[in-house]
Each structure stands twice: as C-alpha cells, then as structure tokens.
Write a protein that binds this ligand. Structure first.
Ligand code: FMN
Length: 337
C-alpha cells in the first residue's frame, strides 16, 4: 500500500516539514512503509494555469501531468495542514484544484496543526476534500503546537516532543487508513463515533448513579447547558452542579438510572449527538412517586481542543413516563414499563 503524504506549508521558515517527518516516522512504525512525501514547496506548482477544468482530464502542462501521476499512484493520501487565519494554506487548495478524479475514492487522513490544533483549518479542508471524493478518516488528528515549543528562529525546538502526545492517535489513524484501503470504502461509508464521545455520556450516567453533583457537572463543558425533566434550566457548569446538589439531596436521593438503549451520530471530527434511553427507580416526583420511570437523555458532545476530552455542551432530559397522549404519527402510545 502506497501512501502519499502531502506537506501543506511552503513557507521558507516553517514547522510543516518537521511535523511531516514525525508523522512519517509514526506511519512507518504502524506498518506503512511505502511512503511518498510530497512537500508542496518542492512540488512547486504555479498558481493553477491549466486552461481546462481538471474534471476534463485535459492537462497541457508537464507539472500537472507529473502531479496527477503522483497522486494516482497512491492508495491513500495523508495531508498535513497548518492553520492560517482560520483556514488552510492557499498552496494546498491550489494543489487540490489541479486535479479532480485522482482524489476520488481514495482513503485520506487529515492532520492539522496550530495553536489550538488548527481545528478551523481542519474543518474547512475536510469539506473540500470530501467534495473531491477523498474518503476521509472521520476523526483525523489535530496537533496543538504550544507557543513555547517554538525556538526564536520559528521552528520547533523538538518536534518529536510536540508529536509524542498524539502518537497513539496517529498510529490508530494509520491502522484505520490501511483498513480503509482494504475495505474499498466509499465516500458515503458510515463513520464510527469515537469512544471518547460515548464516554462523555457515560460520565453523566455514572455521576447520576453516584449522586455526585460535582462529577455530574464535570461531564459538561464549563459553559454547557442542561435542562432536566422538570424543565429546570442550567446554563453553566456551576448552575448544573447547583441544580444537582439540590436534586441528589432531595427528589433524586434514592434514584438509580439504567441505560437501556443508545443511539449516536458523529457530526464532525469534534461533535456528536447521543441519545440514551433510560429507566429509573427511586425518583420522588412532584406528582407522587412512580416505581419506575423512563425517558431519553439527549446530549450534544464536543471534543475540547486542546485537552482532547469530549464534553457535553448541551443536555436535555425527557421523562416519557406520563406521555399517554396519542402519537400524531399513529404509533403505539408510550406507557410506563
Ligand atoms: C499567515 C499566518 C496565519 C496564521 N493564523 C493562525 C490561526 O488562525 N490560528 C493559529 O492557531 N495559528 C495561526 N498561525 C500560526 C501557525 O499555525 C504557525 O505559525 C505554524 O507554525 C504554521 O505552520 P508552518 O510553520 O508549517 O507554516 C498563522 C501563521 C501564519 C503564517
């Protein structure tokens, strides 16, 4: 399996080549030994100068034919992109626009970097790459470059130290990339929700069952939102903790929750939605105790860059115990179990 690794930065003084070296080292450790590094500074494509659109595959220039052959010969593509002004470098877009069908159907992995992982660069570039048909790894890797990692000359003092915290993530991504080459993936293949996102939902449930308001609030982002089954609203981490300090000392003191069903969907490399079906016992409700209640907890979770931790940014809990009214779609009404 041949992997084309594209260095997206072309500046005379840069870190992109240093990061590429580390990423390639880890790719080889993961078993990908046929790696072709295309440093766009050396590829030196002029600003797109083909008279016809790439979709026609009519290439007049030798540099276009050479670039086309190079991308064509790869089974998978890894792009390493910095973040410039909330976007990705123009040179990278130029190199993409030179071709079209060459990208289509190839498994791809995007590695972005910047002060906060280059997340905007990542999201914008991912959109472009998906459009040209690269079958992009759903997670990618976002490398956070701390200010003190740079020397006074503008390069990284020790690129291996900067990349080390991401080594496992990169290795796992390369394994997925190799699997995708074997699997004949299509641009529409469903994407798995990462374990960290699922765990963010589980932290809420574990804290609920431990009746621990601090742990409950800690599963949320600092500015996370939560609405409980009685429509109490909390708009910050501190309010979520306060709401549950009251609830766990009172109406939920005996409550115990069991997750009976899960649904999840990845929305971007850093956002997912989860739905947790639950049944519970021990709720003391304003409308009298009910032996067993049921509902669904809807969560929006987001990956915090740079910490890498998935957190709940919005949670809405719904109690279906008393939802007896007729379903407008004519389905069987919900009843207490
Ligand atoms: C034109 C330009 C714009 C930048 N804008 C951002 C930015 O929006 N966000 C960020 O985190 N870093 C930004 N940076 C810092 C870069 O991420 C950092 O300089 C990085 O080393 C650039 O990669 P390179 O050295 O491989 O070119 C910017 C750098 C440049 C040169």
């Amino acid at each position: 399996m041949r992997v084309l690794v594209i260095t997206g930065s072309t500046r005379p003084v840069r870190v992109g080549d240093q990061l590429t070296e580390q990423v390639v080292r880890i790719a080889k450790e993961a078993g990908l030994d046929d790696v072709d590094v295309a440093d766009l500074r050396d590829v030196a494509l002029p600003l797109l100068d083909e008279p016809q659109m790439a979709a026609t595959r009519v290439y007049l220039n030798e540099h276009t034919r050479a670039w086309s052959a190079r991308v064509n010969s790869a089974d998978a593509v890894v792009l390493i992109s910095p973040q410039y002004n909330f976007g990705y470098p123009a040179g990278l877009k130029n190199a993409i626009d030179y071709l079209f069908a060459e990208w289509r159907g190839k498994p791809g992995l995007l590695v972005s970097y910047g002060a906060r992982g280059g997340i905007q660069s990542y999201d914008q570039l991912a959109q472009v790459l998906r459009f040209v048909g690269l079958v992009l790894d759903p997670l990618g890797v976002q490398l956070v470059l701390p200010r003190d990692a740079y020397s006074e000359h503008g390069t990284l003092i020790d690129p291996a130290v900067v990349v080390e915290p991401y080594a496992d993530e990169l290795r796992a991504a390369f394994v997925r990339l190799a699997d995708a080459v074997g699997a004949d993936a299509t641009p529409d293949s469903p994407v798995a929700v990462p374990a960290g996102a699922i765990e963010a939902g589980d932290r809420v449930v574990t804290a609920f069952n431990a009746h621990d308001p601090v742990a409950f609030a800690d599963a949320f982002a600092g500015d996370g939102w939560f609405t409980d089954v009685l429509r109490h609203r909390a708009a910050t981490n501190a309010e979520i903790e306060e709401l549950h300090r009251f609830a766990f000392a009172g109406p939920l003191a005996q409550a115990s929750l069991e997750v009976t069903g899960r649904r999840s969907r990845l929305l971007s490399s850093t956002a997912a939605v989860l739905e947790l079906d639950w049944t519970s016992t021990g709720h003391a409700g304003a409308d009298g105790d009910v032996a067993q209640r049921r509902g669904v907890l809807a969560l929006v979770v987001s990956k915090n860059v740079p910490s890498g931790r998935w957190e709940v940014v919005s949670g809405i809990n719904n109690d279906y115990t008393h939802a007896y009214s007729a379903d407008p779609l004519g389905r069987a009404p919900e009843r207490p179990v």
